[in-house]
Design a protein around this ligand. Structure first.
Ligand SMILES: [Zn+2]
Length: 498
């Protein structure tokens, strides 16, 4: 085996998995296929100072995102409720889709993410195929693994429900366009045909998943067709679900016996499905998702920034639902810091725990921090790559590794035996990352990407976006009118009428 070893990585500590097993000074050998060939204990004296201060752990999975190289705040879509934020997305200037994806994926690589679920939002719905090809190229160039959620969006383009009441809240001149808004939506058959063609873009680091955008945004027959297709070809499905209270209210009206139960009747609930957000689940929903093995991708920062509510992390985990975590392009500090996102999830999951304990944690701790790490390592990788993928450092596993500056993380620690997982979740940030490896290759090192010049591309993206914005400024009056109309629509409960 040794003659096939290509690279070696040495570190003072190795966190093997989410269960907290830590090895002392270790040499990790990586073979020509990018897999771990051996893990050998070595003496501390043989390490350089930098190696001795390093912690190697499995790289992270970001189980829900949208590839927003150009951030929403950058083009003036302020944080607010999801429903009024959506019209603000019209401010987004048109940019090169490769550039947009490369910047987004490059930033994720620098934040320790080796695999991401990219739910694609088109800039131009007629250009979906070309945009998918651009994301596929960006995944190859940056070197991270991308599951590309192919969007099926063929219902409720502006609000959850009938367009006529919305039109009535807008000036007369706008009404005809509002009433026609659903006309140009890509139908299910066309979408499946494009999906077939997009399979040509797949490679080792880029695979397609079905992405019905959400139950309120996909027709029932489309959801049923996706359920059948996934059962036949085994591809995974990724869908937003019950992100906000108005969505929950819409669901009550349209599926009085339960939206989640209805999705189950379509055969959609299985261990091939990941649902994002799921903030507004009830106990029955949670129990059903657990029975079917559905993964929930929780996005705490996004839920705060878009005023959606607080996800029920502890309840999901207690019920046995696999929970993963995503940034949704909406990290708390708008910086794609995946490690900080995990901290937020841990603290929110434990926020109301009493001193007597909680789901799996130590006394007074509430949520077991290992449950959060399992989400970032095990459930997250499975959601993106399928079963048996990622999350452990062991012989034969792909070398998807995160190297952290453990010396900096422990610089002020007094006790000799540090609890690695609690310290990681307690204070690690992107700035502590020394390197990220994917399939045995370094893709990011000390805040720089290896495959792309991230700083240069970020500057180019900003330049191009400013240019496009100036050349084609958003229609401020139309956006303001639409936001007023949308707000009035939900205020009058129009989404709750059949
Ligand atoms: Zn999303």
């Amino acid at each position: 085996m040794t003659d096939r070893v290509l690279r070696k990585l040495r570190a003072g500590r190795v966190l093997v998995d989410a269960e907290g097993m830590v090895l002392g000074p270790t040499e990790i050998a990586i073979d020509a296929e990018g897999r771990i060939a051996s893990l050998a204990a070595i003496s501390e004296e043989g390490l350089t100072r930098e190696e001795a201060g390093a912690l190697v752990m499995p790289a992270l999975a970001n189980a829900h995102d949208h590839g927003r190289g150009l951030r929403t705040l950058a083009f003036g879509a302020a944080d607010q409720s999801l429903e009024t934020w959506l019209p603000d997305l019209r401010r987004q200037p048109r940019v090169d889709p490769w550039l947009n994806a490369a910047v987004a994926l490059g930033r994720l690589a620098c934040s320790g993410v080796a695999a991401v679920n990219h739910c694609h939002n088109t800039q131009d719905s007629r250009a979906l195929l070309a945009e998918a090809e651009a994301v596929s190229r960006a995944a190859r160039d940056v070197g991270v693994r991308v599951a590309f959620g192919w969007p099926f969006f063929d219902r409720n383009p502006l609000v959850y429900g009938d367009l006529a009441p919305l039109a009535s809240f807008l000036p007369e001149a706008r009404r005809p366009d509002i009433l026609k808004a659903a006309d140009g939506m890509r139908d299910c058959a066309t979408n499946f045909a494009l999906f077939e063609r997009a399979k040509a873009f797949e490679h080792d680091h880029f695979t397609l998943q079905y992405h019905p955008v959400a139950p309120q945004w996909a027709r029932p027959e489309t959801l049923a067709a996706i359920s059948r297709a996934s059962a036949a070809d085994g591809r995974r499905i990724h869908m937003h679900l019950l992100e906000t209270e108005p969505q929950r209210e819409w669901a009550w009206e349209h599926h009085p016996r339960g939206l989640v139960r209805w999705l189950d009747s379509l055969g959609l609930l299985s261990d091939r499905l990941t649902v994002a957000h799921a903030v507004w689940l009830d106990e029955e929903d949670i129990a059903l998702l657990a029975r079917r093995g559905v993964t929930v991708s929780v996005n705490v920062s996004s839920n705060l920034r878009l005023r959606s509510g607080v996800p029920r992390i502890a309840e999901l985990l207690e019920a046995g639902v696999p929970v993963a975590f995503g940034l949704d392009g909406m990290a708390l500090d708008d910086d794609e810091d995946m490690l900080r996102e995990l901290r937020l999830a841990w603290h929110f999951g434990a926020r109301e725990s009493r001193p007597g304990g909680g789901p799996g944690g130590g006394p007074g701790e509430g949520l077991d921090p290992r449950a959060v790490l399992r989400g970032a390592l095990d459930a997250g990788h499975r959601s993106i790559l399928g079963s048996g993928a990622g999350g452990r450092i062991e012989i034969g596993a792909a070398a998807d590794l995160l190297v952290l500056d453990f010396a900096a993380l422990t610089a002020d620690c007094v006790a000799p035996n540090v609890d690695v997982i609690r310290l990681l979740l307690g204070r690690a940030q992107s700035r502590h990352i020394r390197a990220v490896w994917v399939q045995g290759r370094v893709v990011a090192s000390s805040g720089r990407c290896v495959g792309i010049d991230l700083a240069e591309l970020e500057a180019r993206l900003t330049r191009e976006a400013r240019h496009a914005y100036l050349n084609s400024p958003p229609d401020e009056a139309a956006i303001a009118e639409m936001k007023t109309g949308v707000s009035a629509y939900y205020e009058c409960d129009c989404h709750r009428t059949g």
